[in-house]
Design a binder for this molecule. Sequence first.
Ligand code: NDP
Length: 333
Amino acid sequence: MDQNWKASATRYQAVEYKRCGKSGIKIPPISLGLWHNFGGIDVYENARDMVLRSFDAGIVHFDLANNYGPPPGSAELCFGRILAKDLLPHRDELLISSKAGWGMWDGPYGDFGSRKYLVASCDQSLARMGLDYVDIFYSHRPDPETPLEETMGALDYIVRSGRALYAGISSYGPQETKRAAAILKSMGTPCLIHQPSYSMFNRWIEDGLTDVLKTEGIGAIVFSPLAQGMLSNRYLNGIPNESRAGKGGFLKPADLNPLVMTKIKALNDIAQARGQSLSQLAIQWVLRDPVVCSALVGASSWQQIEDNLGALGKPDLDSVELGKIEAVLRLSQ
Ligand code: NDP
């Protein structure tokens, strides 16, 4: 990417933004998450290339968390560097999120959902990114030991004190979501958005959560819509060394077992019959429910993001195609 990058004049022509629940916020149907490949161990120029080309293509939402890296915190530092060099003049065009809830620092105050952890972590995230505020601050996961009132109270405080514009929750189940939404509403800070995992290989949100989100008017931005890359062409011909499964970690070679590979290949056939890539099919599939306002993808190269953006504008999946996908997902041997 050019060192003197200037934003593309056509950046708002290709993407149709989707309303997030019953709110004033619209979100790109594909957003970019910085969980992997933006850390201190990764190549900064590649990270900058992905962020700036995404912005030029209309992806205005970037999702972070305190612990993204490795090392933890370094993805926010990387994003802060890109902001300072290139993107800060466009701050008001950007929707930037961060989170706290998973382990970040030693001792009793660096994990889960206490007010002490969330507020301190939000301040640290702002410092790392060089921002006065984030657009969305999330409770990253439910905390079974902290009263929900305290965690939601922390989100309310973070918003009221100007550290964030909106509150969100991630990976909360249907009943916890209902309660969290009610507490936030009573405090006058509505829950804007829920960030759950969702893909053809992980459908837990269909079991109650999406109904709650519709009733409450909360939008869903779904993470790992490509099942960390399994629902793409990444593993069709084996496990590349430089891939997520090849490096080992959250995705393991054992996850790509023979049954999963059979499904991936059959889904790829369905995608090819539609004249598209498997990742495009996977993204269209999660976006078929209107409560899902964005597919939150990760990437290791701009080419992957560009491929994913090809999902937009393709014909909707019809009932025959959806039936074929269901049949593949139900395969048990
Ligand atoms: P995905 O399911 O989109 O997986 C991303 C990976 O898939 C990439 O790193 C790349 O793998 C591969 N990939 C992406 N596009 C393509 C393509 N077109 N062709 C081939 N391979 C492709 O999402 P993630 O698991 O990365 O999660 C996305 C974001 O969701 C995170 O960055 C984070 O912001 C958020 N998240 C939130 C969580 C939470 O608890 N709230 C938990 C997890 C994620 P490779 O690196 O091998 O090239």
